[in-house]
Design a protein around this ligand. Structure first.
Ligand SMILES: [Zn+2]
Length: 299
């Protein structure tokens, strides 16, 4: 099943929805960060949520970042989506050992923790980004995203996410959906959504049966006659470059760079999202410093 996002609107126009199949995305994240199953599940859920939110935002060249800080053993989880839904992410401690609610069921909430916050940063290509922070509900990611929409954006939302890990620790399937009510939606629409969600299996069960993103939305919204709209491919994608890393080094400031230069060794910086190494020789660092002092003179 390929990684893609499908959007839908119901026949009555009160409900918009989006679903993702993101098995490849989460498997790529696992390979880059060498995550064990706990981190694979938590980061995978966050990546799927960010991807859908980025795609829904539809601001050209905008982005959406989700930061989970729950105080659990995984540490901070970060997932960033571009405006199409291509995502990247990282987790502080990718190799936390297994925590299970019961045999075979990962306890993501315990690994993320719930004594903390979810912060959503929406870059809408305006002067300032929109930033919303809520206290975590459970650390299970989907519930926290649902709560974020209710509390911070006043949009009634249902979010479901799932990551299923194989015995060999690879990702068998990963995906999710988001259903949102438009303002003024009548009660009976809400009850139809609730009934639909109660009736369907979990995301990973549906995916295991071969349902793709469109079929998942059709199942969840069956009674509301969903009309499927765009179907767009998404992938794990990092946008790092040598220029960006240079910018980050410059932002460290003159003193810090002079320290590096003093050591006389190559400086190797790895991208936090894709692990690509960028190496700067003392000559390179000197050039950066030179650029920095020229900037200062201009000011
Ligand atoms: Zn990168």
């Amino acid at each position: 099943m390929r990684d893609e996002i499908v959007r839908a609107i119901t026949a009555d126009g009160w409900v918009k929805a989006v679903a993702i199949t993101g098995t490849g995305i989460v498997e790529r994240a696992r390979q880059i960060h060498k995550t064990l199953p706990m981190a694979t599940a938590a980061l995978g859920r966050a990546l799927c949520a960010a991807s859908m939110m980025g795609n829904m935002q539809k601001t050209e060249d905008g982005s959406v970042s989700l930061q989970f800080r729950g105080g659990g053993p995984l540490g901070k989880i970060l997932a960033v989506s571009d405006w199409k839904g291509n995502v990247r992410g990282c987790v502080d401690h990718p190799q936390v050992s297994l925590l299970e609610k019961y045999r075979g069921k990962l306890d993501v909430g315990a690994a993320v923790g719930k004594d903390g916050t979810l912060t959503v940063i929406r870059d809408l290509r305006m002067k300032e980004p929109y930033i919303g922070t809520i206290p975590l509900v459970s650390g299970e990611i989907a519930e926290d995203v649902t709560q974020y929409f209710a509390q911070s954006e006043q949009t009634p939302t249902v979010c479901a996410l799932g990551v299923l890990v194989e015995r060999d620790q690879s990702v068998r399937c990963a995906g999710g959906y988001l259903v949102q009510l438009l303002p003024g939606a009548p009660e009976n629409v809400i009850s139809k959504i609730e009934a639909g969600i109660a009736k369907v299996d979990s995301v990973t069960e549906m995916m295991s049966r071969g349902l793709d993103a469109g079929a998942i939305l059709e199942a969840v919204l069956e009674e509301l006659e969903p009309k499927l709209l765009e179907r767009e491919p998404v992938e794990y994608r990092c946008n790092c470059s040598r220029e960006r890393v240079e910018g980050m080094l410059i932002s460290l400031g003159k003193a810090e760079l002079e320290d590096v230069l003093q050591k006389g060794e190559d400086l190797s910086v790895s991208c936090q999202f894709c692990d690509t190494p960028y190496v700067f020789t003392p000559g390179d660092v000197e050039k950066l410093l030179h650029g920095l002092s020229e900037q200062e003179q201009e000011q």
